[in-house]
Design a protein. Structure first.
Length: 322
């Protein structure tokens, strides 16, 4: 099968298109014929071996897993022994976790991992755009116990997580303020934002007692900077792991009325099911910026590195004639 592999850390040019053996499903596993995957900021960082504190998992000096790819959408090609959840031919979408492997024509995953039946109305490209950003946004909004009528600010509102967070917070009944560049204001308003802030002309952290939840999807702020912007019992959410958030989470849990929150959205089955239901009810839509082919993986990563993407960057995986 064709796959995109890397043998060293670096820029987008580290990727090579290779022919490698097709994996075989073992006990409780399924073989998925991949039709679409995506490129997220997380994968762009993994390609570079970042963050450095992640090297024990990623590989100290070179990638431990040369085949990246966290999100997938495709069809079940083969079931291993005792795998019964998804019959052959089922259209599925999901998340590989640290196993990676979705930058290829075929992928093996456990049927009990983060994999679910795709929304009936979705294409493979649309389904894969629902996996990482929307599930992460849903995970954090649930973690914050967002309530109808609360005020939410989404920093980085035009990205994969941000575009989903704007839609989901509005669907939950919140009053949403989106922070992004002026060029993207029209897009985030169309997604459900009630107010917009251009980060080039205003520092949202200078507003006091403005929001019940500040959701930083890009790690450009901190709890300390946003503390005065939060209302009483406000919650600060960050998707980016760092020393500050690791310090603030336990301290605010013990001593502060306002809380800093962080978590790892790894097991995504619950969120995948809810997103499928929302899409099928026409209550949520994936945002796709560009679609590349598997052979264009270096170009797809270069585009994500540029910081210009809006929503999701999807990679189409064409299958060889059989």
């Amino acid at each position: 099968m064709k796959a995109i592999v890397q043998s060293r850390y670096g820029g987008p040019d580290v990727f090579r298109l290779c022919d490698i053996p097709r994996p075989l499903p073992r006990q409780g596993e399924i073989l998925v014929r991949v039709h679409a995957t995506s490129v997220t900021s997380s994968e762009a960082n993994m390609r570079q071996g970042l963050p450095l504190y992640g090297r024990p998992i990623l590989g100290l000096f070179r990638p431990r897993r040369p085949l990246l790819g966290l999100e997938f959408a495709g069809t079940v090609e083969q079931c291993g022994p005792d795998a019964q959840r998804f019959p052959v031919g089922t259209r599925v979408f999901g998340f590989t976790g640290f196993r990676c492997g979705a930058y290829a024509q075929f992928l093996v995953v456990s049927e009990n991992d983060s994999v679910e039946v795709m929304p009936k109305s979705a294409s493979f490209e649309e389904a894969v755009a629902l996996v990482d950003g929307p599930t992460t946004a849903l995970f954090f909004l649930h973690k914050a116990r967002l309530r109808r009528g609360e005020r939410v600010l989404v920093n980085g509102a035009s990205g994969s997580i941000g575009t989903a967070a704007v839609q989901l917070a509005a669907w939950m009944g919140a009053e949403v303020t989106a922070v992004c560049s002026a060029a993207k204001h029209e897009q985030v308003r169309a997604l459900g934002a009630h107010h917009v802030i251009d980060y080039n002309t205003e520092d949202f952290t200078l507003r006091h007692d403005a929001w019940d939840v500040v959701f930083d999807t890009v790690g450009k702020s901190s709890f300390c900077r946003c503390r005065h912007s939060l209302r009483a019992k406000g919650r600060y959410l960050s998707t980016v792991l760092g020393a500050k958030i690791l310090l603030h989470v336990p301290l605010t849990a013990l001593f502060c009325d306002k809380k800093a929150m962080f978590g790892m959205s790894v097991n995504k089955r619950t969120e995948l099911v809810q997103l499928r239901e929302l899409v099928e009810a026409n209550l949520h839509a994936p945002v796709i910026d560009r679609v590349f082919d598997l052979e264009q993986m270096p170009e797809a990563h270069a585009y994500v590195d540029s910081g210009r993407k809006r929503g999701n960057v999807v990679v189409r995986v064409r299958q060889d004639p059989t």
